[in-house]
Structure formats: C-alpha cells, structure tokens
Write a protein that binds this ligand. Structure first.
Ligand SMILES: *Cc1c(COP(=O)(O)O)cnc(C)c1O
Length: 406
C-alpha cells in the first residue's frame, strides 16, 4: 500500500523553497519517542522537540491512535458545522483552566492574532476607539503575522514590511516600574509571555506578573498571556500561569497543544468572549477534527500528576548536568527556565556562538535549539526517560568538549 515517492535531497531545498529558512544538512525521515533517524539511517536524540512542539515525542501510540481513528471518521467540515473532537477539546481545556470559552485556529500567531483582536474589540465596545493601546515586552515573540510581529518586541522580525500596526509600545521585561510608567487608561491590553521563549528562555519574576495583573485591573486593561511555548505541561504545570498563580484574561496556546499536529487556541472568559459575536472573526481550518482529536489526546496524556511531576524531576536532572558542563568548559554563565524549557546562557567568551554549539551537538547525534545567538535551548519531550537524558547530555558534553577544544 506504501506510496512510491521520487527521491529528494537537501539540495532540493535551495532549488525549490523560498529561502526564509536555513535547515540542517540532514533530513529527518522517521521518529519514535525521543529518537529521530535521518535519510542515511543515522540516529539522533531529539531535545529540540520541533521547537517545543513534540511534547510526547515522535509517533506516541496514543496520538497515532487518536489521529488514525479520526482520519477514518471525519477530516473537515468547516465552521459552518461544529464537530465532536472540537467540542470535547474545548470542554477539557475549560475544565483544566480559568477559561470558559475557546477559539480554535491553526498556529500560535493566529491564537495571538485572535487574542489581540479580542482585546481591542472589548475596549472598543466598552470604552470607545481611544482605548486601543497594547503594551508588550522588549524581546518578546508572538508570531510572524503583521499584528504579531508588531506586538513582538524584536525589530529584526517587524522592520522592513512597511507601516506596522499602530498603538503598540514595548517595555523592558521583568521591570515593573517601566510597565507602571507605560500603562494608562488608553491601554487595552498588556501582553506577556510568562517565560520568554525565543527571547532567551527567561522566566518572569512572580512580583512582575502580580504587578501586571494589578495594573491591568486598575486601568481596565486585559492581561494577555502568550503561552504558545510555555504552556501544555512544559513548565511542570499545565499552563505556566498556574505555576505563578496569576490568572490572565486571555491566554494563547499552540505548539505543544497539537503535539506535532498544527493547532492553536485562544482561551478566555464568557464575559469577554461575547465581544467576538457571529461574523467578527474566524478561520476555515479552526477546530479541524483531526487537529482537535490529536490535541484532546495530548491534553489527556499530559494533564496527569505523573507527567507533570516527571517534568519537575527531569528539570533537576537537566539543570544539574548542564551546570556541571557549563562550569567544566566555562561555556555557561547560567542555566535557567522552568520544567523542560531550559536555556543555557553563554559566557561572554562564547556569546553569539549558540549556533556553533547546536551544529556540534547535531554532529554528535543530538538535536538542540538556540534561543537567540547567546542561549542554547532544550525543549525535549515531556516523557523523555532518565536514561535518554543521560545519553543525550553525554552527547552534548562531547559536542561542547569538541567546540571548546578546537
Ligand atoms: C512559536 C511562538 C509563537 C508563534 O507560533 P506559530 O505557531 O509559529 O505561529 C507565538 N508566541 C510564542 C511565545 C511562541 O513561542
């Protein structure tokens, strides 16, 4: 039954693809758990997790089963009709969080786009068009649509595409005084990642999030948490806002939500959701049955004490070993992050060299990530085993040894 494909290779990327990515020299073809094999049959351990997406590793039997069962039942009906997997997933997400209402879409950027549009719509309906300002953090990342790069605090992503969305300002992260100075009665939303992911795996200070919550309440602004990267168990809590005990008005999720199948979600309260009345917003694929069936299986599997406790234990295992490597080879000044979203901050001597370490790790059979040029990032499967962590970190140490001794 297997379909015959024409052979392809890495060189085809440069010939046929828009050159906005620069993928590795090898092509992964198969994955199982925390392991991946490339076209030549070489095995790699995957501590990159498809950028904090493959939350249950590759080809997890529960997800394969959910997807195949749904594939044999119903693929797509559009939002002219609702469907069972979407309704089941919405129930589970609202049961597990502060939220009472869910909007489904296909990516993190779309979840944030919906969040930002909702925040503006609420302010418009309740207070008029003057109240439209959004305050976000320097170095934040919220996606690649024009609205989300405008809210994101990284000019390298937002500049050079003509006029940006107006009414957005950026303040230094974890600086409550700066936020206090920026918020006004024209503010409709404060947008924060509880852990800045792309910006370098930088967790928020508790007092900062608490202060942001108070400022929003005082100025009738909405607090939006972008949990596209930090959510779905990665911090050791289902969502990181639960770890901090600071509840947003709107939360965006994607990445790990689908465990490798594209889906995004915006979560909010009934009171706010009513501002997105029929016809105000939408997307064709949003709530797609295949995506929702997989995400439902992801939520069921992750939102258990065993998995979430395991994330905390594994964090300690990573942190201890990475701090040791960092000291021995004088490469890391700090190992930070929560749960299985970990960033190793390079020392001054190694600043800018995250990509060099990442490439060396791949040579040793380990996939890792960077978070900017100065941070090596780990975002493995939440069900990676202790033995796999030891093996992966041994490969990582060999890579660091080679790089530092070159
Ligand atoms: C990855 C990411 C996004 C964008 O998600 P896409 O699915 O790539 O659109 C938004 N916010 C955060 C915090 C992210 O890490």
């Amino acid at each position: 039954m297997s379909v015959q494909h024409d052979p392809v290779q890495r060189a085809d990327f440069d010939q046929f693809m828009v050159p906005n990515y620069s993928p590795a020299a090898f092509i992964p073809v198969r994955g199982e758990g925390s392991r991946v094999w490339d076209q030549t049959g070489r095995e790699l351990l995957d501590f990159a997790g498809g950028i904090a997406v493959n939350v249950l590793g590759h080809a997890h039997p529960v997800l394969v089963k959910a997807l195949t069962e749904q594939a044999n039942a119903l693929w797509h009906v559009s939002n002219v009709f609702t469907n069972e997997p979407a309704l089941r997933l919405a129930k589970k997400l609202t049961d597990a969080t502060f939220a009472e209402r869910v909007f489904f879409c296909n990516s993190g950027a779309e979840a944030n786009e919906a969040a930002f549009k909702l925040a503006r719509r609420v302010a418009f309906d309740k207070f008029g068009e003057e109240k439209c300002e959004i305050i976000a953090a320097v170095n934040s990342f919220h996606g690649r649509t024009l609205f989300t790069v405008s809210v994101g605090g990284q000019p390298k992503y937002s500049d050079g595409f003509g006029p940006k969305i107006q009414g957005i300002s950026h303040v230094p992260y974890n600086d409550l005084e700066a936020l206090k100075a920026a918020v006004s009665d024209k503010t409709c939303a404060v947008v924060l990642e509880p852990i800045q992911g792309e910006g370098g795996v930088l967790p928020a200070d508790l007092a900062y999030l608490q202060g942001a919550r108070e400022l929003c309440d005082k100025h009738n602004a909405l607090l939006v948490f972008d949990e596209v990267q930090s959510g779905m168990g990665r911090s050791g809590s289902l969502f990181t806002y639960q770890h901090y005990g600071v509840t947003p008005d709107i939360l965006s999720s994607a990445k790990s939500l689908g465990g490798g199948f594209p889906i995004g979600a915006m979560l909010t309260t009934t009171e706010l959701a009513k501002h997105l009345a029929v016809g105000t917003h939408g997307t064709t694929y949003g709530g797609n049955p295949l995506a929702c069936a997989v995400a439902e299986a992801v939520v069921d599997t992750i939102n258990t004490p065993e998995v979430l406790e395991g994330v905390k234990t594994k964090h300690q295992q990573f942190k201890t070993a990475l701090e040791k490597i960092g000291q021995q080879y004088a490469v890391f000044s700090e190992v930070r992050g929560l749960g299985l979203l970990i960033g190793c901050v390079l020392t001054d001597a190694w600043k800018g060299k995250a990509k060099v370490i990442l490439d060396a790790a791949a040579q040793e059979g380990l996939m890792v990530l960077q978070a900017g040029p100065d941070v090596v990032r780990f975002a493995p499967s939440l069900v990676v085993t202790e033995a796999e962590i030891n093996e992966g970190l041994a490969r990582f140490e060999r890579a660091v040894a080679k790089v530092t001794q070159a």
